[in-house]
Design a protein around this ligand. Sequence first.
Ligand code: FAD
Length: 433
Amino acid sequence: PIVLFWFRRDLRLSDNAGLYHALTSGFPVLPVFIFDQDILDQFPAGTDRRVEFIHNTLKAMFGVLQALGSSLEVKHGKPLEMLGMLTAQYDVKAVYANHDYEPEAIRRDEQVARFLESKGIAFHTYKDQVVFEKHEVVKDDGTPYRVFGAYRKRWMKKLSDFYLSSYPTEKYQHNFFQTSPIPIIRLEEIGFTQSGEPTFPPTELPKTIIRTYELTRDLPSLAGTSRLGLHLRFGTVSVRALTRQALQLNAVWLGELIWREFFMMILFHFPHVSGRPYNLEYEHMAWLNQEDQFERWCNGTTGYPIVDAGMRELNATGFMHNRVRMIVASFMVKHLLIDYRWGEAYFAGKLLDYDMAANNGNWQWCAGTGCDAAPYFRVFNPETQAKKFDKHQEYIRKWVPELGTPAYPAPMVDHAFARDRALRTYKAALNKA
Ligand code: FAD
């Protein structure tokens, strides 16, 4: 008999909680990854850098496992059916995995647990993606926090070495199931092609950048942030290891990791946020939702250089600097009065570091509809923002080279007019609620 370890958002062999428990279970461990057909079917065919990233990572892990005399089962299909196949093919005692907190993932795991149970197979899952999950950082009365500052304080108070120690999977490598290599499914077999684009950011924390993070984090022309979003999303780095480093290097940057957990906690406790405003009073917003305007925002031709630079950076690279994410989101929601869910969906399709909890939480923060949100009456002025954070237009010039020529459009909406219109519309929505 063997046990399976099912990789999901934890694509690494070291310091992996669920994998560690599998390797110390007393049974040989066969690692598994399933390209979920239901998820991939929603992606446009062709290239997808995130699918490519997962595929690259699997190939690298396969190499390591092969050197250990083991292998990796990579499947493409519906998880339940694939697990059905694997449990028919092997004598499986138990399946190990790590917790996943998105509503769909929770539903999937409940189904999987029921299915495995019906076959007498245990399903063991562990916390791995976060330092603190679900009910670990809550108020004294057991209810979840709704304000980041208070959450962060409690998070820090609870933190101890116990929560940050790593899982020494390396010590138990001899417990991987010994088998001849199982060929890895090719990208083309799951409907995608290699993009041939540049490599992904490294998994190492850039220490020099992080030491002075608060000085550089808001300047989009600099490489002033970690660029680890993608790795945190897919678990190619350990959040425990990063938190240990953050404690040494910079409390402000540690705060970013806490924001990440805050929004995961919010999504877990208030799953209605996926699809509806956290604050339901904003369901009555009279969005204008003009498609031609949305298109100009998407393409980066709004006539506001900082907005256009951000959208073009996103379209070209799958990344956008955080300060600029806030500016473009505010512009779309408040200047154009487009439903924040349109922008949220657009980001979801483009961001390499796309994460439902962080994306939703931040969009709702920008739209003023979320928990602990920026108040609706705070309307960013894109020009003032650009002057402050891209003083010498280095970022803007990089992405909007035609600025100052007749090829560049005039602003599509006047700031003072748009600001006033936004304030009236938000106020009216609240009056209706
Ligand atoms: P760093 O500045 O080095 O931060 C380190 C890590 O902390 C990030 O990788 C991320 O995991 C976490 N983090 C930082 N800021 C936030 C935040 N505000 N909320 C939650 N986690 C944070 N982040 C995502 O990971 N996925 C998203 O889909 C996403 N969508 C966003 C949408 C909007 C409208 C806005 C304003 C922000 C969004 N963010 C999202 C947050 C933030 O912009 C990115 O995490 C950050 O820019 C990624 O770059 P980095 O890895 O260099 O981050």
